[in-house]
Write a protein that binds this ligand. Structure first.
Ligand code: SAH
Ligand code: SF4
Length: 412
């Protein structure tokens, strides 16, 4: 069993100057490189690849352990592999995560990476350390085709699906960087204890790449996370929810954001195709295989749009037959969204109504959580990478300051 011991030193990163570039260097590979990227293969994939190379299945297990447990990318260092196999690996394979464009951390230990995914696109990954866990929020697509009104990723449109290597590479890079900085060498001590697919993109629109990634997150020789520690967040793609249930049923979070079809149609175009009754039925089906006996509903609170008491009462009706928990997310404002964050008293009242009905409800209040909530709203295109990376951090800090100010205002 793995131990999720978060070393004290990794909680606040006090030894890393704020604007210091990331220590990790990503070796460059030429664009015509034909070597297979092992980061993109799930455990079965590595096994097949090894078999094709004439290697025994236990070699595949050793490889998976070196890559994902030790976060090793140099075949030379994989000392329990035969020298001849190592030479063959160096010739035909590589371990290549997307390049890090930028890496920053917030005062509360929240850490953000900006990854280059080619053609001027970048995606973001956020690490949120807390008392007893280290959560990594990862992206699944560059941009998003779902067009939710309140989401800046959605407003940018769809660019492309990330590959499995790009999805896994986010976790691999984060774990490798954080453990090196904290001086962790024991592969059983892991910094990342939870992975949530709540960054850019709609993970269920990219199942072909997401499923192998999930298998690696769960594999004991790779990231060794239990199904309840891996969460897929979706805007509500009904058929794909069933597919996830049938293949890798990890924890499910559903972005609800409205208690009725009329409002949800307006703010989430996906609702026109998959209305709430169908979505609730899919949630009930999912519960049969879910790692926990509840679904998490995310509910974005948009000031004056969906934050009235009446909306909370209608939500209670809507989810009557779906055991669930609610996670209220105050809207993270971005320029030209035309929407505003809810007043603090609305957040409290809304949570109170749901809680009183016996629905466990939490609010993403803290700064790190605010930044994580913003994780899904980042623009996909990066024209000027450095300046954009700076803008991202400034944008998030402004959002956090905005919430701090709102909170203070409502306390007065
Ligand atoms: N596509 C998936 C996962 C990525 S979005 C989904 O929609 O669930 C992750 C979460 O961030 C979603 O609940 C989404 O509604 C929320 N989100 C999007 N824009 C936001 C914003 N401006 N402020 C706060 N949360 C936002
Ligand atoms: Fe896509 Fe999720 Fe943003 Fe909607 S909220 S546009 S589904 S990333």
């Amino acid at each position: 069993r793995l131990l999720w011991k978060l070393p004290t030193s990794s909680r606040h990163f006090p030894f890393i100057p704020a604007n210091r570039p990331d220590r990790l260097t990503v070796s460059s590979v030429s664009e015509v490189d034909s070597r297979v990227n092992l980061l993109g293969l799930d455990p079965e994939g590595v096994k097949s690849w090894c078999a094709a190379m004439g290697e025994k299945p236990y070699r595949a297990v050793q490889l998976v352990r070196w890559i994902h447990r030790f976060c090793e990318d140099d075949f030379e260092n994989m000392t329990n592999l035969a020298k001849s196999f190592r030479a063959k690996l160096a010739e035909t394979a590589q371990i290549q995560a997307p390049a890090v464009l930028d890496c920053r951390y917030a005062a509360d230990g929240t850490r953000k990476w900006l990854f280059d995914v080619g053609n001027g696109n970048a995606v973001e990954t956020v690490f949120i350390p807390s008392e007893n866990r280290g959560t990594l929020c990862i992206s699944s697509q560059a941009g998003c085709a779902m067009g939710c009104l309140f989401c800046s990723t959605g407003k940018q449109g769809f660019n492309r699906n990330l590959t499995t290597a790009e999805i896994v590479g986010q976790v691999w890079t984060a774990e490798r960087t954080l453990r090196r900085e904290a001086g962790i060498t024991d592969p059983n001590d892991r910094v990342i204890s939870n992975v949530v697919l709540m960054g850019m993109g709609e993970p269920l629109q990219n199942l072909d790449a997401v499923l192998p990634a999930l298998r690696l997150f769960l594999d004991d020789n790779a990231y060794g996370l239990s199904r309840r520690r891996v969460t897929v967040s979706t805007c509500g793609l009904v058929r794909q929810i069933d597919k996830l249930a049938a293949s890798v049923p990890v924890a499910l979070a559903v972005s609800l954001h409205a208690p009725d079809d009329a409002l949800r149609d307006k703010i989430m175009p996906v609702n026109k195709k998959h209305p709430l009754a169908d979505l609730m039925a899919a949630c009930r089906r999912y519960l049969a295989v879910a790692p926990r006996d509840f679904i998490t509903f995310e509910y974005l609170l948009l000031g004056g749009v969906n934050d009235a008491d009446a909306m909370a009462y209608r939500l209670i009706d809507l989810v009557r037959d779906v055991p669930c928990k609610f996670n209220l997310i105050p809207f993270n404002a971005f320029p030209d969204s035309g929407l505003k964050a809810p007043d603090e008293d609305r957040i409290t009242a809304f949570a109170q109504i749901l809680n009183s009905a016996g629905i466990v409800t939490t609010v993403r209040r803290r700064r790190g959580d605010d930044i994580a909530a913003a994780c899904g709203q980042l623009a996909g295109e990066v024209k000027d990478r450095t300046r954009r990376a700076e803008r991202l951090v400034i944008q998030k800090e402004e959002a956090a300051d905005f919430f701090a100010a709102t909170k203070k205002g409502s306390e007065r």
